[in-house]
Design a protein around this ligand. Structure first.
Ligand code: HAH
Length: 339
């Protein structure tokens, strides 16, 4: 690592908090990068329902605790991800001892007890929580995603989750978090949901836009248009899971085993444009979190195409800054031609 490399979070300190998603493994394998470049960390998986509460009578806080301890030791902020989601939630949550669906009342109690226990454990240490993740249906005109939470509790499960979260930690910033956020149909539904919550007086303090984008999509114009819409809600925006896949989401190809020069160049260009746009909107943006630290480990290595490698982040597999990194920090060099 060249000594002269500047810290990403320091370069952006006047704009927004910059963070990365981590695991207990990457805290060890990517420690130097995390310490130097990021001001906050988010547990990529360790706080998800299935990981932290695998059985009704058993919580497993080991990995989450390790992440929180690391952040406290090193003075990093911590972001919580996530309390209520349709994915990575065990079946037991929705079933009684006979294997039949629980009642609405029982599921609300389980939701409340989960939120109180997890948020309570980290109260005062976790600044912002993704309370509900991905509740909106992507396709067509249907509004809320068909999930066990919706089927058993009904549409007010979203509001109830925020109320429980607010009671569990009144200081925590509570977010609704979702992806496909620039899609014009999805974003109207997301805005509608947040507006409904606001109208009902539900405690919601920000909107989390995941920003799982690619080097092809979305366009800067559509990101701008989406941001302008979300801003009408009057809430701070958090970019919670930013990364730039080298492949279109629907591209099934598997034959690419190394990123080409063209891919890397295009990614650098797009990362540069995105961060320029984020700087433009910085007064409304509270935080930007990358969904990983470096290309040696990313959730896109296996998704949506199994065993296909991807290179969506700012540091390469050897933890060297990519051209993408250079383009994101270039503005701070006054003219940008001295690298
Ligand atoms: C996110 N879903 C989740 O919020 C996060 O917890 C997980 O680690 C990775 C991605 C995004 C998503 C998507 O971009 C496309 C289809 C399904 C889910």
């Amino acid at each position: 690592m060249p000594e002269a490399l500047e810290s990403l979070q320091q370069i952006y300190q006047d704009y927004f908090l910059l963070g990365a998603a981590v695991s207990s493994k990457t805290l060890c394998t990517s420690e130097e990068l995390i310490l130097k470049h990021f001001g906050s960390i988010t547990a990529e998986n360790a706080m998800k329902f299935g990981r932290i509460h695998p059985a009704s009578d058993r919580y497993d806080f080991r990995e989450a605790d390790a992440i929180v301890d690391f952040a406290r030791t090193h003075g990093k902020q911590i972001r919580g991800h996530t309390l209520v989601w349709h994915n990575q939630v065990p079946d037991w949550v929705f079933l009684d001892d006979d294997g039949c669906p629980v009642s609405r009342g029982e599921l609300l109690e389980r939701m409340q007890s989960h939120i109180y226990t997890v948020m309570g454990r980290y109260r005062g240490h976790i600044d912002a929580w993704d309370v509900v993740n991905e509740a909106i249906e992507d396709r067509g005109s249907s509004y809320l995603r068909q999930s066990k939470w919706l089927q058993i509790i009904g549409p007010d499960y979203v509001a109830r989750a925020f109320e429980f979260a607010h009671a569990a930690d009144p200081e925590a910033v509570l977010l609704y978090n979702d992806y496909n956020e620039t899609n014009s149909v999805k974003r109207q539904k997301m805005i509608h949901l947040v507006q409904e919550l606001q109208d009902q007086g539900v405690p919601i303090h920000g909107i989390g836009l995941q920003a799982h984008w690619s080097i092809y999509h979305p366009s800067m114009d559509s990101i701008r248009a989406a941001l302008d819409d979300y801003l009408l809600l009057g809430l701070p925006i958090h970019f919670t899971e930013l990364d730039l896949s080298m492949f279109r989401f629907e591209d099934p190809s598997r034959d690419c085993t190394w990123p080409t020069r063209e891919m890397l160049e295009r990614q650098a260009q797009v990362y540069g444009e995105i961060f320029a746009l984020l700087r433009d909107y910085h007064q409304h943006i509270a935080s930007v979190t990358l969904w990983g630290v470096a290309d040696d480990h990313t959730w896109l290595d296996d998704f949506p195409v199994r065993s296909r490698k991807n290179w969506p982040l700012l540091f390469d597999e050897e933890h060297r800054p990519k051209a993408s990194f250079d383009r994101v920090v270039e503005f701070s060099k006054g003219g940008g031609s001295d690298r």
